[in-house]
Design a protein around this ligand. Structure first.
Ligand SMILES: Cc1ncc(COP(=O)(O)O)c(C=O)c1O
Length: 365
């Protein structure tokens, strides 16, 4: 039986034209489309950790006996472990299947149709994605020339419908740090402020110790970047206890899987090892920056994270991305109002930097 309008008439009207999130391509989808075997692809497009996870994680997962049992829905052990790592009491902590899931949960908790979310653009795309999925309205406040958050413009953008202000520290894709006093100026508005510290371990600045002092300050972190666990999907947030309680109530049951729990436990036993990798990435970031600066047709921006954003001064970023992909090097390009013709390189191992620079020299501006 057919009806006029088809199955789409049952879809939420505001989602019929929803574009979705443009996630990065997995190397296996490029089989035969690049000049190198898939296993030789250099992935510098999603700010993953080129060194992988701690060897302790792989060993523990190989012998974990618990995969047939659901994880603890209340995340008791996980939250206690995260209390040890962050120094913030477990009652403030909620873990998610990646910090992306917590962005989604916080917005589900706060946003009803038409509520406003302040976003300091250019920034991470998921804030827009999840806001729109929740029926919220994104209010975009452009960052200033050097990508600093424009605090007075954010304050001016606040309306009776504002439900949350997003700050990313360091920011993706610009690598910029927002000073603590600027963050606190926005916290003083009394509105919920979410500081996404996905790259904290690379930048070293955090407002985590302040979470217990405010009713409206939230911090998000992840194990995807510093601990090399992007594929296992585990992140966490530090929230005022009341917000944490609500989030625990509205989250899907068992949202962090057993493998992720084991991986967090083992990673936190191996912090020195993982931080030595973080240090290697920071050293490599500075070496890559120096080499990019020498290419006259790219303008790199200083970064406190594990990636470097560049303005492409000659040629098209989209073509550059494609030519690098043909050579088996995946990078991210941007062509949007505040990032016209930009490219972002995640920091890899020294040999990845060498291959990238060689390819850039061959391609030219
Ligand atoms: C600023 C920012 N927040 C959150 C995430 C997502 O992290 P996760 O893998 O924990 O979902 C990313 C990933 O690139 C990011 O750049």
């Amino acid at each position: 039986m057919t009806h006029s309008g088809g199955i789409e008439r049952f879809i939420r009207p505001d989602l019929v034209t929803f574009g979705g999130y443009s996630a990065r391509k997995s190397p296996e989808t490029l089989e035969g489309k690049v000049e190198v075997p898939v296993e030789n692809i250099i992935k510098l497009d999603a700010n993953e950790n080129p060194y992988g996870c701690s060897p302790r994680v792989s060993q523990a997962l190989a012998t974990c006996p618990d995969f047939n049992i659901y994880p603890d829905n209340g995340q008791t052990r996980l939250r206690k472990l995260l209390e040890g790592y962050t120094g913030v009491d477990a009652e403030h902590i909620v873990a998610g299947s990646g910090s992306n899931q917590l962005i989604d949960l916080v917005l589900r908790l706060l946003i009803s149709q038409g509520d406003e979310v302040i976003n300091c653009v250019p920034t991470f795309g998921i804030y827009r994605f999840s806001t729109e999925l929740c029926g919220g309205t994104l209010v975009e406040v452009p960052r200033s020339g050097n990508f600093a958050v424009n605090i007075s413009a954010v304050r001016a953008a606040i309306s009776g419908k504002t439900k949350i202000i997003f700050l990313t520290n360091p920011n993706n894709p610009t690598g910029t740090i927002t000073p603590q006093q600027d963050i606190l100026e926005l916290v003083d508005t009394g509105l919920p402020v979410l500081v996404d510290e996905a790259y904290y371990e690379f930048g070293g600045e955090t407002v985590a110790p302040l979470v217990s002092q405010y009713e409206n300050l939230m911090v998000l972190r992840t194990f995807s970047k510093w601990a090399g666990l992007a594929g296992l999907r585990v992140g966490y947030g530090l929230f005022p206890p009341k917000i944490a309680d609500y989030l625990l109530r509205i989250k899907i049951p068992y949202n962090v899987n057993v493998a992720a729990l084991v991986a967090v436990q083992e990673s936190l036993k191996d912090i020195d090892y993982l931080m030595s990798r973080v240090k290697a990435i920071i050293t490599e970031r500075e070496r890559l920056f120096g080499k990019l600066e020498k290419l006259e047709w790219l303008k790199p921006f200083p970064s406190q994270a594990n990636f470097i954003l560049c303005s492409v001064l000659t040629g098209e970023a989209i073509e550059l991305r494609q030519k690098l992909q043909d050579k088996g090097i995946l990078v991210r390009y941007f062509d949007e109002p505040l990032l016209r013709n930009y490219i972002r390189f995640s920091v890899g191992k020294p040999e990845h930097t060498d291959a990238l620079i060689k390819a850039l020299q061959e391609i030219g501006g």
